[in-house]
Design a protein around this ligand. Structure first.
Ligand code: PGA
Length: 256
């Protein structure tokens, strides 16, 4: 059984000082977690400090966003080239990027390429809105987001890609998806990746769930076959709550 991957997306929360205290606290709560891969996505401002701190603590880091060009006159942006050496993972196409900042599948595709080109691991976020769900468009939306996001990813690079199913209606709302919703989305996503790359390769792509994950519901998702971990927002902001989510993944790993 492969290690579960648990990612904490802090969004625009926790300043550099708070981030550093958090890592200290988290490492006290989960001193040894070789059986779970724990990744933190702090503000970019904290990446340098945390990259020194987490090496000793065995956590990994992710960036919450990236620009698709490697350098140049792009005021305010940060490139994957700059993130190399600081993070291992990069979130791409998070629904807040798509819906608040207007990122399109074309942007997402270019960002995916930039991340892979710089030998980092992209976490491609996909998911339908409440309206799309009500109109039975979930399959269609996932199909478009996956095809659009992966368009330029080679069969060699796809093995490293992580896909996070994050229904927009479940993010930050407390209305987490039912395990059966996730099973349906998992099947659609796996089917789509299989049709693009073949079964053997598609099996290696890790799939996460995100959307109002809590210490209480984490185990329900982790128990599902073909679900490799969780992308946690609100419940990752407090080290003790996030540590309990990680603990669920550890016990899941032991049971599996
Ligand atoms: P949430 O956020 O856990 O607060 O719903 C998840 C995410 O946006 O990745």
């Amino acid at each position: 059984m492969s290690k579960k991957l648990i990612i904490g997306n802090w969004k625009m929360n926790l300043n550099v000082h708070q981030a550093s205290l958090y890592v200290h606290e988290l490492s006290e709560k989960i001193p040894e977690h070789n059986d779970v891969e724990v990744v933190l996505a702090p503000t970019n401002l904290a990446l340098q400090t945390l990259s020194l701190q987490v090496k000793r603590r065995q956590f990994k880091l992710a960036a919450q966003n990236v620009y698709y060009r490697d350098d140049g006159a792009f005021t305010g942006e940060i490139s994957a080239t700059m993130l190399r050496g600081l993070v291992q993972y990069v979130l791409v196409g998070h629904s807040e990027r798509r819906h608040i900042f207007g990122e399109t599948d074309k942007d997402v595709r270019a960002k995916m390429q930039a991340v892979v080109r710089n030998e980092l691991i992209p976490i491609l976020c996909v998911g339908e809105t409440a309206d799309e769900r009500a109109n039975n468009e979930t399959k269609h939306v996932l199909h478009d987001q996956i095809t659009g996001g992966l368009a330029n990813i080679s069969s060699e690079d796809i093995e490293r890609v992580v896909i996070a199913y994050e229904p927009v209606w479940a993010i930050g709302t407390g209305k987490n998806a039912r395990p059966e919703d996730l099973e349906k989305a998992r099947d659609t996503i796996r089917h789509q990746v299989t049709s693009l790359y073949g079964e053997a390769i598609a099996k290696k792509v890790r799939l996460l769930y995100g959307g109002s994950v809590s210490a209480d519901n984490a185990a329900d998702y982790l128990a599902l076959p073909g679900v490799d971990g969780l992308l946690v927002g609100g419940a990752s902001l407090k080290a003790d709550v996030f540590a309990s989510v990680v603990e669920k993944a550890r016990s899941q790993g032991r049971e599996g």
